[in-house]
Write a protein that binds this ligand. Structure first.
Ligand SMILES: [Zn+2]
Length: 237
């Protein structure tokens, strides 16, 4: 789950100091610094954190993007611009880092970033009924044409770009004939009708024998022998 801190404070270190005290009733797995784009991990990814005030705490890693100090919150999630250029610089920096981090996490936990509910913002979590009623991250992003759908696509693109797909061609199935030492026996066993080809007429001389093939061939051999014994018997009489 992607968050935006909701305070005009770009320093991850300052947020970490604020969170790191007894009685502070929230925790996230990482902060993304607004000025440097550095990722500060504050919990193991596998540990449950109280980051969204809902059931997604049980299922989602929470990451906070720090916000530019060039905005001024007026009320709730509303803010005004002080320096658009600097604001956009911080917003796109934290966006880019979040793309990298989320792609790495999807890679680590074998998650599909485009699958429903895998990557969500805090506000999407609220709409899904798994988080408290907060407006992040879209309350900042919408000013710059950034969306969660765009974010998920960027994560997917980065994840796919990282994966080098090596295709190994399947070895062509060579139809090998019998080894030289078996040629004579193969010729005679087929002449006697003990071994016949498969449904394609292929003798498959180098394949393994199944128990049913063994049974069929042994019985054919038995029949051949019995016929020969009968012929001999006639001659003797
Ligand atoms: Zn949040």
């Amino acid at each position: 789950m992607l968050h935006s801190v909701g305070v005009a404070q770009p320093s991850a270190a300052r947020h970490i100091l604020n969170f790191d005290r007894s009685g502070f009733k929230a925790a996230v797995h990482a902060f993304i610094d607004g000025k440097t784009g550095d990722i500060w991990q504050t919990l193991p990814w596998t540990m449950r954190a109280w980051h969204c005030g809902g059931a997604a705490n049980d299922t989602h890693i929470g990451v906070e993007m720090c916000e530019p100090d060039t905005i001024l919150y007026t009320s709730g999630a509303s803010w005004i611009e002080v320096n658009r250029e600097k604001t956009e610089e911080v917003v796109s920096r934290t966006f880019d880092t979040a793309v990298e981090l989320f792609a790495d996490l999807c890679d680590l936990y074998d998650l599909d970033p485009l699958a429903d509910g895998v990557i969500i913002s805090h506000s999407e979590g609220y709409r899904r009924g798994v988080a408290s009623n907060h407006a992040d991250v879209e309350h900042i992003w919408r000013e710059f044409g950034l969306t969660m759908d765009g974010f998920r696509r960027a994560v997917a693109a980065r994840l796919n770009a990282k994966k080098v797909v090596v295709k190994v061609p399947e070895a062509p199935k060579q139809k090998l004939g019998p080894h030289e030492w078996a040629e004579e026996a193969m010729r005679r066993i087929t002449e006697l009708g003990i071994m016949k080809g498969d449904e394609n007429g292929d003798l498959r001389p180098r394949d393994n024998l199944t128990r049913e093939e063994f049974a069929v061939m042994t019985m054919r051999h038995h029949d051949v022998l019995m016929r020969e014994i009968a012929e001999l018997w006639k001659l003797i009489k």
